[in-house]
Ligand binder design. Structure first.
Ligand code: F1P
Length: 338
């Protein structure tokens, strides 16, 4: 978890060195739609990546779990449209993502670009173009640095395709912005993760932040084997809020574009005695119980990666409280095969 800022610098440099090649590949294809796919953590990358790519480039984009690509292709692929599939997988050997890309190639449904940590993986071999990040290979079953680096790669690709120099510059600032707040990030993660008064965690994020909220939820589940949930913050009011008691900690990933709505939701949760921790920047208007101010004034999309270390560390400290091994979740292997 702690080595992430260094790996982000490497990823940024490596992907931008291939800017022309990446740009030429996608321009040659002129996709009408881009489908982002993966499983588990890598599916959650897809949710965030699809929003950023769609909003920056104006190209229709959607996230799909890899299994649905070969189990429900009619529902997934639009008719008579040029589709690009961008697949994420740390291992490159998770069976559904490999099957998905194989299916797409066999049925001539789309071109495939993959992003993985392993050059010899099946996914790398099957794809039309692969970005390999060997420096994000991990020993742990639980994905942490690989999540943020694969996500960052997707964001750089969005910046390249959109020709958005300002966004690419913002992404370049992420390592130093994270380092500047690392100490307070870790202290707050420890304070919250180790506090036994919080018995349940719920994660809220809208749009691309829903992918991040889902990943926060998954880290907590994998590292602590405790059940937790993730919602779009406005959806949370339509039923799920009824579970909240004073034992609930709601971790809310702020989205600047809908500030007013989210400030009201914080109040709604506190009115039913839940506690709220908000992560974002310029948080003065939020009356949350705890706040992690990202300080860097980056756009919502560019600050996504910065939100992850807190979520990962919070799960890690809860894991320590429960005296478990954070690297070896129950019932889970590094590569899941069907
Ligand atoms: C995906 C995944 C992870 C999970 C665990 C097992 O792996 O399901 O989400 O945390 O590590 O693998 P990959 O396709 O990205 O290698």
């Amino acid at each position: 978890i702690n080595k992430q800022p260094e790996t982000w610098k490497k990823t940024y440099q490596q992907v931008l060195e291939n800017r022309e090649e990446i740009s030429a590949k996608i321009e040659a294809l002129q996709p009408d739609e881009v489908i982002f796919t993966g499983c588990g953590t890598s599916y959650y990358i897809s949710i965030s990546a699809a929003y950023t790519f769609g909003e920056l480039t104006g190209i229709s984009s959607k996230p799909i779990p890899s299994s649905e690509i070969f189990l429900a292709p009619k529902a997934v692929f639009p008719k008579n449209k040029k589709v690009l599939v961008i697949a994420f997988s740390r291992s490159g050997n998770t069976s559904e993502v490999v099957k998905a890309v194989d299916y797409v190639q066999e049925h001539n449904l789309a071109e495939c670009i993959s992003i993985t940590a392993y050059p010899e993986s099946d996914l790398a071999k099957l794809s039309n173009y692969t970005i390999v990040l060997p420096h994000v290979q991990e020993k742990s079953v639980v994905m942490t640095g690989s999540f943020t680096n694969l996500l960052l790669t997707s964001q750089i690709i969005a910046g390249i395709v959109a020709n958005n120099e300002a966004f690419l510059k913002e992404l370049n600032q992420i390592p130093q912005s994270a380092t500047a707040i690392w100490k307070e990030t870790e202290e707050l993660a420890k304070k919250v993760g180790e506090n036994p008064a919080y018995q349940s965690f719920i994660y809220l994020g809208l749009g691309g932040h829903f992918g991040l909220a889902s990943e926060g939820m998954l880290k907590m589940k994998e590292m602590t084997q405790v059940s937790c949930e993730a919602y779009n913050p406005l959806e949370f009011r339509h039923g799920p809020i009824s579970v909240v008691t004073e034992e609930y900690m709601i971790i809310h990933l702020a989205n600047n574009t809908i500030r007013k709505y989210e400030q009201d939701i914080v109040k709604d949760i506190q009115d039913v005695k839940g506690k709220v921790l908000t992560i974002g920047h310029d948080l003065d208007g939020y009356r949350s119980d705890e706040k992690l101010n990202l300080k860097a004034s980056l756009s919502d999309h560019a600050s996504s990666v910065l939100m992850l270390p807190f979520l990962q560390l919070c799960a890690y400290y809860r894991n320590k409280l429960l005296n478990l091994d954070p690297d070896k979740p129950r019932n889970l292997n590094q590569v899941v095969v069907l």
